[in-house]
Design a protein around this ligand. Structure first.
Ligand SMILES: [Fe+2]
Length: 298
């Protein structure tokens, strides 16, 4: 059995080499070890989710009927998900250029990895895997306000591509594209990937990077080492982040309507030129990401 293990899957390698970004889920290729890894990941998160996940996530998990014992079938997830918010998980072979990724969100498709991390290293994640995407992200997509916010991210990217493509001077165009993509990636990181939300008097996680991490989900709420602040747009778009350790700085939203309004504001800032020159530093914006905005068909 060849398996669909993250960074070790011939099926994925082949798809990547032939430039196939959107693929199907070849379910028969999952090895027993992949299913076991999923079951282990899933079962150890149960008590943590009850304690630290936001209520909409818990509702989402039950609405999706995720199988605790076997790797879920994407098509089956979509039969539960799509009637709720119109979202669907869409299998991908790996990295998707920034504009394409956000344009998928605008169309209520969520690019979803289909490989499962190595069973011997459940806490080590060289790149996003299916547990991160399906157990961390997708339950949130059952909530209407959250789903609408993801669509707003997609609409923001479309507006950004328009603004960028109108710039005549090539050098300025590339510099602006880099800055706007950096601002967007940072804002997405501190919200959809690593966001905290108020829930009564307590804090809960809604970011998928937190919800899919056994260690960080406790750490993000309990640890005195983490700085937690009410979200500020000007801070998030100028704040660099590193991906290889627990986040020392997290931002709190009041509700998903609040988050939605912040993406609206981000678009106002884009049009006012306030994202034209954000502070340098992580994340790195690749040539493919820039080109995806410059060549987007509008
Ligand atoms: Fe993610």
């Amino acid at each position: 059995m060849e398996g669909l293990t993250t960074t070790k899957s011939p099926f994925i390698e082949k798809a990547q080499q032939s430039g196939e970004r959107f693929i199907h889920q070849p379910y028969e290729l999952y090895s027993e070890e992949n299913h076991q890894a999923w079951a282990n990941l899933y079962s150890r998160m149960q008590s943590k989710w009850q304690k630290y996940a936001n209520p909409k996530f818990l509702e989402g998990v039950s609405k999706l009927n995720l199988d605790p014992n076997r790797v879920p079938k994407i098509d089956e997830i979509n039969t539960f998900l799509s009637p709720l918010t119109g979202f669907a998980a869409k299998p991908v072979s790996g990295y998707i250029p920034a504009f394409t990724f956000f344009d998928c969100l605008r169309n209520r498709d969520f690019p979803t990895t289909i490989t499962v991390r190595d069973i011997s290293k459940l806490d080590y994640l060289p790149e996003p895997d299916m547990f991160h995407d399906v157990a961390g992200h997708v339950p949130m997509h059952t909530d209407k306000a959250f789903a609408d916010t993801l669509v707003r991210f997609g609409e923001f990217a479309l507006s950004a591509a328009l603004v960028i493509q109108e710039i005549k001077d090539k050098e300025v165009q590339i510099q602006r594209a880099k800055s706007v993509i950096k601002a967007l990636a940072r804002f997405f990181w501190f919200t959809v990937e690593f966001g905290l939300i108020r829930s009564g008097k307590e804090l809960r996680a809604y970011g998928s990077g937190l919800l899919s991490s056994y260690g960080e989900l406790t750490h993000c709420i309990e640890s005195p080492e983490v700085q937690r602040y009410p979200i500020q747009l000007e801070w998030t778009v100028n704040q660099y982040f590193e991906i290889d350790h627990y986040q020392p700085l997290l931002f709190i939203v009041d509700s998903f309507d609040h988050l939605f309004s912040l993406v609206n504001e981000l678009e106002v800032w884009l049009k006012d030129g306030r994202l034209n020159n954000v502070s340098p530093g992580e994340p790195f914006v690749s040539e493919d990401d820039i080109q995806s905005f410059l060549t987007a068909k509008l």
